[in-house]
Design a protein around this ligand. Structure first.
Ligand code: ATP
Ligand code: MG
Length: 281
């Protein structure tokens, strides 16, 4: 167990995933998307989930978001309240920005705020302006979505997700489709926002260096069945730069572990892919 995980045993976690499995059934076939997942995420912690395609990362995010239900016996809670469906306390950001093209930038951010019945309309407008400023888009408030670049659209999506002040932010390969330069800018902005707004973030990515750049902890998943196989504490100072050589040692360690786990099935047998690789290397 990692140092951070041990510490988490002694504090009340923000998000608790307890013994969660998820099996998808269609006809006679069954997919064990997740098997016995146990995870605690502390308040204000930034946790990244990495692993090969099909290891259940998005499935776990969907379960935490309340968009799907775990198999019997598993349980997910936020602030000790069991997740039974979607809620304002958890906001999901997908790879595709999913903005409404018929609304302008400002109204897209305002949309999430309609879920806050305790705010007056002028208060909502203030909050929307604040978050557009935070992501550097206040000048584009009245623009249409189709007038924005991909990176700007992701910024609008980030502002829209943050504006209702969710306690937990769930991000699924949010920056995957962006060019490297825009991504780098957003890493900086996201770290800044995370520190200022004290969010708890669960962040899915294929990019191990990205995970090391952003995460306090990186959780490694393996497929068939989807499960947690290892976790890594990232104790580098912030704000982190993706190009900082200090990230390399952590990223190499995680990449090596990923390759190792890929070569082993749960019963310890070496997979055919890895046998072949050994022959060719
Ligand atoms: N609605 C569904 N119905 C049936 N099978 C599903 C469904 N959703 C996911 N799966 C299966 O569950 C497994 C885990 O899928 P999931 O999308 O969570 O993986 P992932 O780790 O997010 O992969 P990727 O990195 O490619 O996004 C896969 O084998 C997938 O085919
Ligand atoms: Mg996925």
């Amino acid at each position: 167990m990692s140092k951070v995980s041990e510490e988490l045993q002694n504090v009340t976690a923000k998000l608790v995933v307890r013994d969660v499995s998820k099996t998808f059934r269609s006809g006679k076939s069954e997919v064990a998307a997740l098997r016995n997942i146990n995870l605690k995420v502390n308040e204000g912690e930034f946790v990244c989930l990495v692993g090969p395609s099909g290891c259940g990362k998005s499935t776990l995010l969907n379960l935490v978001a309340g968009l799907d239900k775990p198999d019997d016996g598993g349980c997910i809670s936020v602030d000790d309240v069991v997740v039974t469906g979607p809620g304002r306390d958890r906001m999901v950001m997908f790879q595709e920005h999913a903005l409404f093209p018929w609304l302008n930038v400002f109204d897209n951010v305002m949309f999430g705020l309609r879920l806050k019945p305790n705010l007056t309309e002028p208060e909502r407008r203030e909050v929307a302006k604040f978050y557009l400023h935070l992501v550097g888009l206040e000048k584009f408030a009245q623009n249409s979505i189709h007038e924005l670049s991909g990176g700007m659209r992701q910024r609008v999506a980030l502002a829209r997700s943050l504006a209702p002040n969710p306690r937990v932010l769930l991000m699924d390969e949010t920056f995957g489709a962006l060019d490297a330069l825009t991504r780098e800018q957003l890493y900086g902005e996201l770290q800044d926002i995370w520190e200022k707004r004290k969010k708890t973030i669960l962040f899915v990515t294929h990019n191990i260096r990205e995970a090391v750049c952003l995460g306090d902890r990186v959780i490694l998943f393996s497929p068939h069945p989807g499960r947690i196989v290892q976790e890594f504490d990232i104790d580098l100072p912030r704000a982190r730069d993706i190009n900082d050589p200090a990230l390399t040692a952590h990223a190499s360690e995680i990449t090596a572990a990923l390759k190792n786990h890929l070569c082993e099935s749960p019963d310890g047998a070496v997979s055919a892919v890895c046998k072949n690789r050994e022959v060719h290397e």
